[in-house]
Design a protein around this ligand. Structure first.
Ligand SMILES: Cc1cc2nc3c(=O)[nH]c(=O)nc-3n(C[C@H](O)[C@H](O)[C@H](O)COP(=O)(O)OP(=O)(O)OC[C@H]3O[C@@H](n4cnc5c(N)ncnc54)[C@H](O)[C@@H]3O)c2cc1C
Length: 405
């Protein structure tokens, strides 16, 4: 039940957004209304990953798969503001489509266009920008806590003109649909920490790559998420994106900027939950007075006002971090805080939306139940709530010159 937008995603009137950004938003919105929103519930119920891939390919035809890839490699060369617009709109329309695109356009692509040697960029980026090849980002392992990824067990050894990779990567978005994997593996066995890690670009067809299975999940069920293993996987020497000891630190640095996308998806989800709630409460009537719930019940009006305030603050937090990034200011503290704030906000807003819908909120017939499940992803993926709080406090203490020990 859609109630129209009570909080239009464009309403913030951010002074740094151009007419081009506004046109981009309406183009994505128009596409989403026709091609994504009508099938979102059904794809979720059927875990229809291939249905989501079809939508990804259509979005790619419109240029969105290469939104920030530089134009010289066939991308659109757009800025972080454009990426945020894409993520907010896709999050609003369907988080499964959003995360499929997020991994492709975000950290995985950035590792290639920002860290890889020129030859690798020229060879792979044009097909990635067109969405002909889908990307996955393979860092987390099931045996090592993701919060301690730098102690990963996956190894890479140079033998002749090939690297031989061995290991398993778990909880990987796009694992079952990816053509290319950006893989983190320990190349320098002498160094057990981040200084031993290299980054590789691995084609699905390389000998020794196998997708194990889709992981049954709480939400985002129409997106691929699972385990991929590398068993004596042969990777040509030229497919090294970056070598140790600098690779892991360089990637971590990059991920700070790529942290804008996940909370933007969450803000899109939360906005949808609010719109749905206003729509529902406008139609639900008190049989005595004939007034709608939203007209008649002040406690529900307060709830809507609180949801609105939370979403507004959350969106402004991400947009401010993006403004700092785009204008060359420090932004790590701000993006870390904006991410965990948005990750918690979406959980609160979606939980309230379910409550406001009563039995219809608990029922899988309407979208808010799915939004609550989908909205959980943000606080675990791309840096957990706890990791981002630690990062925020570390930056605050560093600025104040206070030691954490
Ligand atoms: C939807 C989704 C998509 C994902 N996609 C990808 C992907 O594409 N590629 C990829 O590589 N990974 C992906 N991941 C994995 C994700 O990055 C990890 O799940 C995450 O880093 C947490 O690691 P973990 O699951 O091993 O939890 P653990 O590290 O075992 O942590 C368990 C809990 O303890 C907390 N914790 C850990 N250390 C501390 C501490 N020092 N202080 C306080 N609390 C702490 C954590 O925050 C967490 O709440 C995805 C995960 C999800 C849910």
């Amino acid at each position: 039940m859609k109630g129209g937008e009570i909080i239009p995603l464009e309403e913030l009137n951010l002074p740094f957004l151009s007419e081009e950004h506004r046109l981009l938003r309406s183009a994505i919105r128009e596409f989403a209304e026709k091609e994504i929103i009508p099938t979102a519930l059904e794809r979720d119920k059927n875990s229809d990953i291939q249905g989501t891939v079809k939508i990804f390919k259509k979005l790619a035809k419109l240029g969105y798969a290469g939104i920030r890839i530089p134009e010289e490699y066939g991308g659109q060369g757009m800025d972080m503001y454009s990426e945020i617009i894409l993520m907010e709109e896709l999050g609003y329309a369907d988080p499964s489509v959003a995360v499929t695109m997020l991994i492709h356009t975000g950290a995985a692509a950035a590792c290639i266009y920002q860290l890889a040697p020129e030859e690798l960029k020229q060879r792979y980026l044009p097909t990635i920008a067109k969405g002909e090849k889908i990307l996955a980002f393979a860092m987390t392992e099931d045996e090592i806590p993701g919060s301690w990824s730098s102690y990963m067990k996956t190894t890479a050894k140079l033998e002749g003109d090939k690297y031989i990779l061995n290991g398993r990567k778990a909880f990987i978005t796009n694992a079952g649909i990816a053509d290319l994997f950006v893989v983190f593996a320990r190349l320098d066995q002498e160094k057990p920490d981040h200084k031993g890690i290299g980054i590789f670009l691995v084609e699905k067809e390389f000998p020794g790559v196998s997708f194990e299975s889709e992981e049954p999940a709480l939400g985002i069920k129409a997106a691929s998420w699972g385990t991929v293993s590398f068993n004596n996987c042969e990777v040509p020497k030229e497919n090294l994106i970056m070598e140790p000891p600098k690779a892991f630190a360089a990637a971590m640095n990059l991920f700070n900027q790529e942290r804008m996308e996940n909370p933007s998806v969450c803000n899109g989800i939360a906005t949808r939950a609010l719109d749905e709630s206003v729509g529902f409460l406008s139609q639900r009537k008190d049989p005595r007075s004939g007034k709608s719930f939203i007209e008649g019940y002040q406690s529900l009006q307060f709830k809507i006002a609180e949801m609105y305030a939370l979403i507004r603050a959350s969106r402004l937090g991400v947009w401010h971090a993006a403004y700092l990034l785009e204008n060359g200011h420090p932004y790590v503290k701000e993006v870390s805080a904006a991410k965990f704030f948005a990750n918690e906000a979406v959980r609160k807003v979606c939980s309230d939306a379910v409550q406001l819908h009563g039995g219809y909120g608990y029922s899988a017939a309407l979208i808010v139940e799915k939004l609550l499940r989908d909205g959980m992803f943000g606080g675990i993926a791309g840096g957990t709530l706890e990791a981002l709080k630690l990062r925020t406090i570390r930056e605050i203490l560093r600025e104040k010159g206070i030691s954490r020990k």
